[in-house]
Design a protein around this ligand. Sequence first.
Ligand SMILES: [Zn+2]
Length: 120
Amino acid sequence: MKDLKIEYRNDIMKFKEPEQPSHPVTYDPVAFKKEKEKSRRLRQSAWWKKKRSSGICHYCGQKFKPSELTMDHVIPLSRGGHSSKENIVPCCRECNTKKNYLLPVEWAEYLEQLRSDEKG
Ligand SMILES: [Zn+2]
């Protein structure tokens, strides 16, 4: 009996999907204002003061004077984020500026780079 071995070669084509906004953000000015108000209140809270007193930027991990750290929404309010304790982190000015002007994809790459810098 002949043993026929057929090898299949899978040529997997890798498609890079264009980055798209995952879902259309429904911008609700009323909710937005509410969240802004909430973050203003959180900024006065003992929780925030304690968090900021660590002096550590959530993103780059460097130490700063607490007064140099700003309040940052991990998911920006304009993208549907909330003013919840889970979504608010202390952030240095440099990271804050970068986050503001970089595209979300570029920001993710920047964070990735920070992480690999730490390891190396
Ligand atoms: Zn930073």
